[in-house]
Write a protein that binds this ligand. Structure first.
Ligand code: ADP
Length: 488
């Protein structure tokens, strides 16, 4: 069953149950309230009877004849009403009977609890202890003694009269109808809300199906802050990642084919030339073929290496890497290449902003010394390659902040335009292919840097150097607390 229907049914079930509970519970509550109301009215009447009966008792000096008095009361009232209307002279049967207005049952008990008057004649003569008569109204003599008790209507019999019963049923029926109407509204509203709510889920499911089928999808709408919006945003990010990876994979295959084609074409041309006798099969030709095969294997090795690093299969021999030592050693290695292009290459120790730590000139990273060396080597190689003749290359340490240490490599070259600063870490990406290929670059050096740094849990970024060119900054996890575990 679709979530939409399931939700709507759940709403309806919840409302129906609560409506049923309301109906069931409202019956005793309404009945009890109704009884209280009836009792209050009957108590008022009983007080009036108590006054009348007190006079009767005083007049007769006892309760003898009270039953007849009670039964005759409607007639007495009707007769006095008749006198009131027609005057004292009038006689005969009263034209109107007031009996229906005096139809309440009236019970009178004497001071001992013996019933001396009952308009229903049901309990006449029976004895009732004081506890039974507790609800009644006392009949008091002029001297203040209790001479009896009077009970009227619901004080005698707690069952409701026919009219009261009908009224109560009507009230309860109204409650039941309201509950049914509320349930119907809940079903309709629940269905509407559920449809709206599940629409975005259905949209997500459809988009996920498209991605699974290898298609590109537009981002699904993700307004708001609820869980579905969060899920939609996560889905959009994932779909964008999948699309980017897909694109990167496609480009990698195309670029690899392109990069492999050049040396292969050269080798084939040379070999075919020799076979056809166009080229001499001498040492010089073979050497150039050999050079191309070396270039091919280097490229394949680099690609393979990149694949291993990227797939997470790279095994890092983690130890404390003394960055100061690694950097100054690398600077020494590049000294000859820098001198060839009249470049000033310097190891500047801690950057000026490093504060008191500059004195120690030590920063120990948690990493694989060989891989960290490869990162430094690739960055220096680029700096020396891209800095103009007579320019400067500078390597500095960044302070250990307790969790990370780092270094930067900067030069006075052309720098990297801000919009390309993310892309240069992609495989085969070259800002200026002609310039880069001429200098032997294949657009893989920085991709390897990025992967190695990522495998270490560090970061690499590029910005602008005050020397005018690019400034590459690498951070790596710090090797434990400062001052411990330093290598000599
Ligand atoms: P390549 O082998 O082509 O140098 P990299 O991955 O090392 O490949 O670098 C990618 C691109 O980034 C280069 O083609 C170059 O355009 C740019 N680049 C890298 N380092 C620098 C630098 N120090 N100064 C200017 N451009 C640079």
């Amino acid at each position: 069953m679709k979530i939409r229907y399931r939700l709507a049914l759940s709403f309806a079930a919840v409302v129906a149950v609560s409506a049923a509970v309301t109906v069931v519970l409202s019956r005793p509550a309404a009945e009890s309230l109704f009884r209280q109301l009836a009792f209050a009215g009957d108590a008022e009447k009983a007080k009036a009877y108590a006054g009348l009966l007190a006079e009767f008792h005083a007049e007769r000096n006892g309760w003898a004849g009270v039953q007849d008095f009670l039964l005759g009361l409607p007639g007495l009232f009707s007769a006095s009403a008749d006198v009131g209307i027609h005057g004292a002279a009038s006689g005969g049967t009263p034209p109107v009977s007031l009996a229906p207005f005096l139809s309440d049952r009236v019970v009178v008990a004497d001071d001992r609890g013996v019933i001396v008057g009952d308009t229903a004649s049901a309990v006449l003569g029976s004895f009732h202890p004081a506890a039974h008569l507790a609800h009644g109204i006392p009949v008091m003599s002029a001297g203040g003694a209790r001479v009896g008790t009077v009970l009227v209507g619901s004080m005698v019999d707690s069952s409701l009269t026919g009219a009261e019963e009908r009224y109560l049923s009507a009230v309860l029926a109204a409650v039941a109808w309201s509950a049914a109407a509320a349930t119907a509204c809940a079903v309709a509203l629940g269905f509407l809300l559920a449809s709206r709510f599940t629409k975005s889920i259905a949209r997500l499911a459809a988009a996920a199906g498209e991605v699974a089928a290898g298609k590109r999808v537009d981002p699904v709408p993700a307004e708001g802050r609820d869980e579905v919006a969060e899920l939609s945003r996560a889905f959009n990010a994932m779909a964008a990642d999948v699309a980017r990876l897909d694109e990167a994979r496609r480009r990698l295959i195309a670029d690899s084919a392109h990069e492999l084609r050049t040396p292969l074409t050269l080798i084939r041309g040379a070999v075919e030339g020799m076979l056809d006798g166009v080229l001499p099969a001498d040492r010089a030709t073979l050497e150039s073929v050999h050079e191309e095969t070396l270039r091919l294997s280097r490229l394949v090795d680099t690609l393979r290496e990149l694949e291993i690093i990227q797939s997470g299969q790279i095994e890092l021999a983690i130890e404390g890497v003394d960055l100061a030592r690694a950097l100054s050693k690398a600077v020494g290695l590049f000294a000859a290449a820098a001198a060839e292009r009249s470049l000033a290459i310097e190891y500047a120790g801690f950057a000026e902003s490093s504060g008191p730590d500059a004195a120690s000139d030590k920063a120990e990273a948690r990493g694989d010394a060989l891989r960290v060396g490869q990162v430094i080597y690739n960055l220096l190689d680029n700096a020396v390659k891209y800095a103009p003749a007579g320019g400067t290359v500078r390597v500095s340490l960044l302070p250990d902040d307790g969790t990370a240490v780092g270094f930067s490599v900067e030069d006075s070259g052309p720098g990297i335009p801000p919009e390309l600063r993310e892309r240069i870490f992609e495989r085969f990406y070259r800002v200026d292919p002609s310039r880069s290929t001429a200098s032997g670059g294949r657009g893989l050096g920085l991709a390897i840097v990025a992967e190695i740094v990522k495998a270490h849990g560090g970061t690499v970024s590029v910005g602008r150097s005050e020397l005018g060119g690019a400034r590459f900054t690498v951070t790596l996890p710090s090797f434990g607390a400062r001052g411990t575990g330093h290598q000599a």
